[in-house]
Design a protein around this ligand. Structure first.
Ligand SMILES: *Cc1c(COP(=O)(O)O)cnc(C)c1O
Length: 432
């Protein structure tokens, strides 16, 4: 299969797409066409790994990774992704059973497994740059930790991630460099974008990105929508609709792509926090990049979601976009109320991100509720955000074992200003 940039027509192969992360013209990689499946094609895929292999094969056809794909999916999809029914027509898909207790483990592990194979024959080590608003960096660092021939530089906004998130960003081995940046997530992302375009840096380093702009993270994320929608459809004959906590729009786009490929998926609603550019845009506002606002759902504090460029390249004008998705903004106040409500009424402890989607479900009009079956996507384990959630529910949250083992490790990080020169300096001192 061939890939192109959202801004150009040059063809790329999957190997380049994964290692470059971003196209030479600054655009995002997309497949020239999406494969399409019938329900029959996928009917015999019982396990998540079976589905992953079947679903991803077309993207890797005739590539150097084709033969290892089955190993890669087994490495990446190494933890369960259960969907629990809460009440008739309402389920929660739990994406947080991986090593860093957030859905980003799926994409990060898949990408790391691909990259470690692609890099086996290269001399210069690969430097993976990750700007993170909280969860991405930890998932990527965990996935690449101690992999040969690859280094990771994690940039996160100083003081804007939770203590436990910070631990997940800073507790790794020698091949992970953690930078605490005095600025916002957008400042971190700007540094990464500039680094890619910097001539001096790109002669010295072979950069790649593991942000959700990397298609190697997006593709495996479509797999859990394929798996859960097929399971739901097989057992009920109904196409489930999804409500997805959304920041940079990677997870939401993955669901849209799965539906476009023929999977039985009904409506898709994006729940965003007070960073609501997507909502305003769907209501007719211009797409003008905004500064991010800090909210309780910090992994969704994204002023200008990068993946809109991909979504728009699939759907073009605003009317077709409005036919394909809808979006709702949820305030911090609503997040707090929903965490309390869900604990007392449904006996479920939600993380602040998942609370945006859960709140959205509970506020749906009765027609939408009656005519559809809904799956709320749980993107992180609440124990990652204990300082927010515990006071609201008046209870300690049990820590899952993977998270507990990380919290015992020592941290190491460098603090820098949001400035390119300081970034270069610290990189040159630490990457040799
Ligand atoms: C990253 C993240 C999100 C947002 O996902 P996008 O793919 O960036 O839209 C939501 N919830 C959690 C817990 C996250 O870590």
């Amino acid at each position: 299969m061939d890939f192109v940039s959202t801004r150009g027509t040059k063809d790329y192969k999957i190997e380049e797409v994964l290692t470059k992360g971003i196209a030479d013209d600054g655009g995002l990689f997309i497949p020239t066409e999406l494969p399409s499946f019938t329900y029959n094609d996928l009917n015999d895929t019982q396990s998540l790994q079976d589905m992953a292999l079947r679903f991803l094969q077309p993207f890797f056809k005739s590539s150097s990774l084709e033969e290892s794909l089955s190993e890669i999916v087994n490495e990446a999809f190494s933890f369960a992704i259960p969907t629990e029914t809460i009440s008739p027509g309402y389920s929660i898909m739990e994406l947080f059973h991986g090593p860093t207790a957030a859905f980003k483990d799926v994409g990060a592990r898949f990408l790391a497994s691909c990259m470690s194979r692609l890099n086996a024959k290269q001399l210069r080590p690969l430097v993976v740059l990750v700007a993170t608003s909280g969860d991405t960096g930890g998932a990527v660092a965990a996935a690449f930790n101690d992999l040969p021939n690859a280094k990771v530089v994690v940039l996160f906004p100083e003081g804007k991630v939770s203590k436990r998130q910070e631990k997940q960003l800073t507790c790794w081995g020698n091949n992970i460099l953690s930078l605490s940046v005095k600025g916002t997530f957008d400042d971190c992302q700007k540094i990464v974008k500039k680094a890619f375009l910097d001539d001096e840096l790109s002669t010295n380093y072979r950069f790649s990105s593991a942000n959700s702009i990397n298609l190697g993270r997006l593709l495996p994320q479509s797999v859990y929508y394929a798996y859960s929608s097929m399971s739901h459809y097989r057992s009920s004959g109904i196409k489930p609709s999804y409500i997805i906590p959304t920041g940079n729009l990677g997870n939401g786009l993955a669901c849209v792509m799965a539906r476009d490929m023929g999977l039985p998926i009904g409506n898709i609603i994006l729940a965003v926090n007070e960073n609501k550019l997507i909502v305003d845009y769907l209501n007719g506002a211009e797409w003008e990049p905004r500064r991010s606002i800090e909210t309780l759902a910090n992994a969704m504090d994204v002023g200008s979601p990068s993946n809109m460029e991909r979504l728009s390249s699939f759907y073009g004008d605003i009317n077709s976009l409005n036919d394909c998705i809808s979006a709702i903004t949820i305030s911090d106040n609503m997040i707090e109320r929903e965490i309390k409500r869900s604990y007392s009424e449904d006996h479920i402890i939600l993380c602040p991100h998942t609370a945006t989607a859960s709140h959205t479900y509970h506020e749906l009009g009765s027609d939408l509720k009656k005519d559809n079956e809904w799956i709320v996507v749980a993107t992180a384990h609440p124990a990652k955000f204990e300082t927010i959630v515990e006071p609201l529910i008046g209870q300690d949250i049990p820590i899952p074992p993977e998270l507990a083992s990380i919290l015992d490790k020592p941290s190491s990080m460098h603090s820098i200003n949001a400035c390119m020169d300081e970034f270069k300096d610290i990189l040159n001192k630490n990457m040799h």
